[in-house]
Design a protein around this ligand. Structure first.
Ligand code: HEM
Ligand code: HEM
Ligand SMILES: [Fe+2]
Length: 449
């Protein structure tokens, strides 16, 4: 038996997919600008496109996480959501704030703080929105019949993410202090509390898809949470030296951030082991693809490619180059985009009653998107390494270097096109599932609880 209020998740996922398409559009605008085709420059210059691209990414992922919570928490807590109406109010206000921010960016209403460009006035609306979301989730959890580790880790991740947003809202006169707290949001999100969100969703999916005992799966979850905090908190130091904070952080940040891949390695081993241990009976193989894929690709994108430039010996040269973009793309894709696509793939057939997972479309979407993204990562990587040598070893002028490496953006656009085909196929599949219904949720077989 599932819960009717889980349907709310569908609309958060739909918003998420819409924003993903927009994000990709702005990616192309930048890709083409990089090879001299910058026809939209007057209205959407590169810096605006970049802010819109990265902010849309954050908003579609957050919408995906919220959808995941609305789906997972009722099922884990074994009760309906406390208020479906308020959940829709929250959805609409999230969309409204997102749209206001994105439109504002096109009229230069933004602050020059990478990833946190939202003007502080709008931040207050973000806070209201998130408070409403957290209230609904926390109340459902506490009024529920059970409080599982999976639900608690997911909720803690969401709660901490909200709390960490606050230091990023404080106004400071000093650029250094401002950047110092900006990293509390940016770093401690993706290399800290978002890992809890990912771990929670991953655990839920593995319980459902592999049939391995909850106790076994949740023991792993503790290990992941432990490793994340052990390394990620002081790992923040790997950003500090470059913004003007004391040199000691080069050492502290270097050491602790070098340990961060362990949490991602644990997640990959966890997922693969649970799959091997499991009964392999669940029919939704495509959800399993995305789930295992997220665990493995995040280890490569965040763990390996993060490690590749985290030691001061490297990052003193690579800081702020396209090497960062290389890592940023595969890390965000593997860890957070893929886990959102995984929970959507799992929950969609349950909510709509349509079982498309045997079809070929799902597999095409999975492989095309992943191969495209790996190609994009390589194009960014080659461009980045070339940039580092030309600019920082040989002292060539910045813009001259950008011109020199523009050929790699042709490759980027080709791979990005493949990626976009994969994503559009995924979204077509999403659309074809149709709307969620009560009947579908009532009749879904609960193979594993
Ligand atoms: C899923 C997890 C991760 C995501 C989504 C992610 C994403 C990103 C992004 C977007 C940036 C650019 C940030 C900015 O300049 O504002 C960045 C920077 C960086 N990341 Fe990660 N990252 C992750 C995990 C890791 C891990 C585990 C490590 C180390 C082992 C790492 C090492 C670095 C370093 C050293 C930089 C700074 C690069 C520079 O100085 O320009 N990241 N990451
Ligand atoms: C069609 C697909 C895409 C294209 C063509 C594209 C292209 C780009 C370009 C050109 C940049 C700016 C790099 C620079 O500063 O020069 C960028 C930044 C970024 N993109 Fe994408 N992108 C695409 C999809 C994605 C996706 C799906 C994700 C996340 C999963 C993503 C995450 C990011 C991030 C995190 C940054 C900032 C990186 C940094 O701080 O260095 N992009 N993208
Ligand atoms: Fe970091």
């Amino acid at each position: 038996m599932k819960y009717k209020s889980q349907k709310v998740a569908y609309w958060f996922f739909a918003l998420s997919m819409l924003l993903l398409v927009l994000q990709i559009t702005y990616g192309f605008i930048m890709g083409f600008a990089r090879i001299g085709m910058d026809g939209l420059h007057e209205f959407i210059p590169f810096n605006t496109a970049r802010a819109v691209h990265t902010n849309l990414l954050v908003v579609w992922l957050l919408s995906g996480f919220m959808g995941a919570a609305y789906y997972i928490i009722p099922e884990e807590a074994q009760r309906e959501l406390v208020s479906v109406k308020l959940a829709y109010v929250q959805l609409i206000s999230l969309a409204a704030v997102g749209v206001a921010a994105i439109v504002g960016y096109h009229f230069n209403w933004w602050e020059g703080r990478k990833f946190l460009e939202i003007p502080r006035q709008l931040d207050y609306l973000v806070v209201l929105n998130v408070l409403l979301f957290l209230a609904l989730i926390l109340l459902t959890l506490f009024k529920g019949k059970r409080k599982t580790t999976t639900a608690l880790v997911l909720t803690m991740g969401l709660l901490f993410a909200a709390l960490l947003y606050i230091p990023g809202m404080l106004p400071f006169d000093s650029q250094v202090t401002d950047s110092f707290f900006r990293w509390w949001v940016v770093h401690l999100w993706v290399e800290g509390v978002w890992e809890l969100i990912m771990g929670g969703i991953l655990a839920f999916l593995l319980i459902k898809l592999t049939g391995v005992d909850r106790e076994v799966i949740e023991k792993w979850l503790y290990v992941i949470v432990g490793l994340t905090f052990l390394s990620g908190v002081l790992g923040t130091g790997h950003h500090y030296y470059y913004i003007g904070v004391n040199k000691i952080w080069l050492i502290v940040g270097g050491i602790f951030s070098a340990l961060e891949p362990l949490a991602f390695l644990a997640m990959a081993l966890f997922a693969v082991n649970m799959y091997r241990k499991g009964e392999k009976k669940h029919p939704n193989k495509i959800a399993l693809f995305w789930t295992l894929g997220a665990a493995i690709v995040s280890f490569v994108g965040a763990g390996l490619l993060g490690f590749a430039h985290t030691l001061p010996q490297t990052n003193l040269y690579t800081h702020g180059t396209l090497v960062t973009a290389m890592h940023g793309h595969l890390a965000f894709w593997g860890a957070y985009a893929m886990i959102v696509l995984a929970i959507i793939s799992y929950s969609l057939p349950n909510m709509t009653g349509r079982k498309f997972y045997d079809g070929v479309r799902g597999r095409v979407a999975f492989w095309t998107a992943n191969i495209g993204m790996i190609g994009m990562t390589m194009a960014f990587g080659v461009a980045g390494v070339a940039q580092v040598y030309l600019e920082r070893k040989f002292g060539m002028e910045f813009m001259a270097v950008q011109k020199e490496i523009s050929i790699h953006f042709v490759v980027l656009i080709i791979c990005a096109s493949l990626f976009a085909v994969g994503i559009l196929t995924y979204i077509y599949d999403f659309y074809k599932h149709g709307r969620p219904t009560d009947e579908a949720l009532e009749t879904v077989e609960s193979t594993y609880l």
